[in-house]
Ligand binder design. Structure first.
Ligand SMILES: Cc1ncc(COP(=O)(O)O)c(C=O)c1O
Length: 452
C-alpha cells in the first residue's frame, strides 16, 4: 500500500475553490462561499438527493466533445469522435452524444444494451472487449453495430461464423499492439507487446489476423485500431504509433494489396487531477495526431484513412464531482486525522487501484483556504478504503459536504455493491436545473438478484 503512505510533514496548501478552477467543471462557481455547478447549489443538491452523490456538468461534457470535433476539423480525411462509454455511461449520456453528433464505444454487452435502450444509432457504435462472449458478438451483429474491434483469432473466426449464420457482413477493425509503452500507470498501459489486448506486430500476429480477416466470409475489414493506454500526458507515443502503424499499413498494401478506409487511434489523453499535472490539451493532441497521420501517410504514399479517436476520461472526468457527507473525524495526535465519509471504495476504487490523487473542497466553505491536512476515508471494512491521502481541506466537521473533483470518469462506472452499499445516484446539472440520470440504488435493489 505504498501509494497510500501518509507524509507527516505535509502542510496545508491554503488554496480555495478559485485556485482549483483548472481541475473543476467549467461551470463551477462560488456563491456566498458555497459551491455551485451548472447553476445548482451542491449543498442543496446533497441535502435533497442524499450522499454519496455524483454530479455531472452537462455543459462541460458538451464543450469537451465539441473541442474534439473542432480540433480535428482539419484532419486530412474526416474525424469520428467516439466517446468511450466505459468512462461513464447512462441513457442520458447516450442522448447527449447523439445530440453532439458523436459515436459511442462500448466494451461489453451491457454497455451495448444501455446504448440500444437509449435509442442510440447502432451504426454509430464501436464494440470493444478482449474476450467478447459468443452472446455479446451475436447481439452486436444482430443490432447492426458499426464496427466490432476484433481482439483475437478465436474471436475473428467466431464473429465470421455468427455473421454468416445471421446473413450479415460485419464491418470490423483489428486491434493492434504497436509495441509502444506509454508513460502511465502499468494497469492502464495497453500498447506494449506484453498486453492481453489485441494482435502483436512484432510476433506476426497482426499480419496473420489481417490475412485471415480477408479470407473469412461475414466480416469486412475496415481498418486497424490501436489504444496504447489511459491518462497519457506526452504526445510522443501517439506520434510513434502513427509512424509504426503507417509503416505496417504500407507493408500490407505493398505485399498484399490491403488498403484501409479507417484508422482508430483509441483514447487515452490524460487530465489534470492535481495542479501539478500537465496533460496535453485536446487541441495539441489533435494537431500532433493530424500532422503525424498526414506526414506518415505521405511518406508511404498511402491514402489518408478516416481517423477515429475514442476519448473517455478527457471528456467526462473533470465534468464530474462526487459529494459526500462527513460522518466522523478522528484526530490521531502525532499520527494523522481521518475524515470518514458516506461512500468510499465502492463508488471510487481508483485511489486503491492506481494510487490516484484527487483534490477536494468543503462545499459550503469553498472560498476559505484549505487549512487542514486530512486523510479522507470511506465507510468500508478495509483499511485500504481511502479516497484521498493527505488532502488539503477546509477543516471538516461532521455534517459537512465534501466535494471531490475530477470524479466524472471511471468512478461511478467502476462502482460496486461491496458491503451491500447501494450505488450512488448521478445527477446532470445545467442552467440551474438538476436531473437525476441514474437514481440511487435502494436496499430493495440489493435483493433484486437474491434468490431464495
Ligand atoms: C479501447 C479503448 N478506447 C478508449 C478508451 C478510453 O480511454 P480514456 O478514457 O483514457 O480516453 C479505453 C480505455 O481504457 C479503451 O480501452
Amino acid at each position: 500500500m505504498a501509494h497510500l503512505a501518509h507524509d507527516p510533514h505535509k502542510r496545508p496548501d491554503r488554496l480555495t475553490a478559485a485556485d482549483l478552477a483548472p481541475l473543476a467543471p467549467l461551470t463551477m462557481e462560488v456563491r456566498d462561499g458555497a459551491l455551485f455547478v451548472g447553476g445548482v447549489s451542491l449543498v442543496e443538491l446533497a441535502q435533497r438527493e442524499g450522499t454519496a452523490l455524483y454530479v455531472m456538468d452537462e455543459e462541460h461534457i458538451r464543450v469537451q466533445l465539441r473541442r474534439y470535433r473542432s480540433a480535428f476539423a482539419d484532419a486530412p480525411s474526416g474525424i469520428g469522435v467516439v466517446y468511450a462509454g466505459k468512462a461513464f455511461i447512462a441513457r442520458a449520456l447516450c442522448d447527449l452524444l447523439a445530440e453532439e453528433d458523436c459515436l459511442l464505444d462500448v466494451s461489453s454487452g451491457g454497455e451495448l444494451f444501455v446504448a440500444l435502450a437509449a435509442g442510440f444509432d447502432p451504426g454509430r457504435v464501436v464494440v470493444h472487449g478482449n474476450n467478447k462472449t459468443p452472446r455479446e458478438l451475436a447481439e452486436a451483429i444482430e443490432a447492426g453495430v458499426g464496427r466490432v474491434v476484433v481482439d483475437s483469432l478465436e474471436e475473428l473466426e467466431l464473429l465470421s461464423s455468427l455473421a454468416v449464420k445471421f446473413g450479415a457482413v460485419q464491418p470490423v477493425f483489428l486491434r493492434i499492439k504497436p509495441g509502444i509503452v506509454a508513460d502511465t500507470h502499468e494497469y492502464v498501459q495497453t500498447g506494449a507487446e506484453d498486453s492481453k489486448f489485441g494482435f502483436g506486430l512484432a510476433d506476426g500476429a497482426a499480419l496473420e489476423a489481417v490475412l485471415r480477416a480477408r479470407e473469412l466470409a461475414g466480416v469486412q475489414l475496415k481498418g486497424l485500431h490501436v489504444h496504447i493506454g489511459s491518462q497519457i500526458f506526452s504526445l510522443d507515443p501517439y506520434r510513434r504509433v502513427l509512424e509504426v502503424m503507417a509503416g505496417f499499413m504500407a507493408e500490407l498494401r505493398d505485399a498484399h494489396g490491403v488498403v484501409f478506409e479507417d484508422f482508430d487511434l483509441g483514447g487515452g489523453l490524460g487530465i489534470a487531477y492535481g495542479l501539478d499535472d500537465a496533460p496535453s490539451s485536446i487541441e495539441d493532441f489533435a494537431r500532433v495526431v493530424s500532422e503525424a497521420l498526414r506526414e506518415n501517410c505521405a511518406a508511404h504514399g498511402l491514402a489518408v484513412p478516416r481517423l477515429l479517436v475514442e476519448p473517455g476520461r478527457s471528456v467526462a472526468a473533470v465534468a464530474g464531482v462526487a459529494l459526500y457527507t462527513v460522518g466522523c473525524v478522528k484526530v490521531l495526535e502525532g499520527v494523522r486525522t481521518y475524515v470518514a465519509v458516506d461512500g468510499g471504495m465502492s463508488d471510487n476504487i481508483r485511489t486503491v487501484l492506481y494510487g490516484a490523487h484527487y483534490e477536494a473542497l468543503v462545499a459550503s466553505r469553498a472560498d476559505e483556504p484549505r487549512d487542514a491536512i486530512v486523510t479522507i476515508v470511506g465507510k468500508h471494512c478495509e483499511s485500504g478504503d481511502v479516497l484521498i491521502v493527505d488532502a488539503s481541506l477546509q477543516a471538516p466537521t461532521p455534517g459537512d459536504i465534501v466535494c471531490v473533483l475530477g470524479t466524472g470518469a471511471y468512478c461511478r462506472s467502476m462502482a460496486s455493491n461491496y458491503n451491500m452499499q447501494p450505488r450512488p445516484a448521478v445527477v446532470f446539472v445545467r442552467d440551474g436545473t438538476a436531473r437525476t440520470v441514474l437514481r440511487r440504488e435502494t436496499y430493495s435493489d440489493l435483493l433484486a438478484c437474491d434468490v431464495l
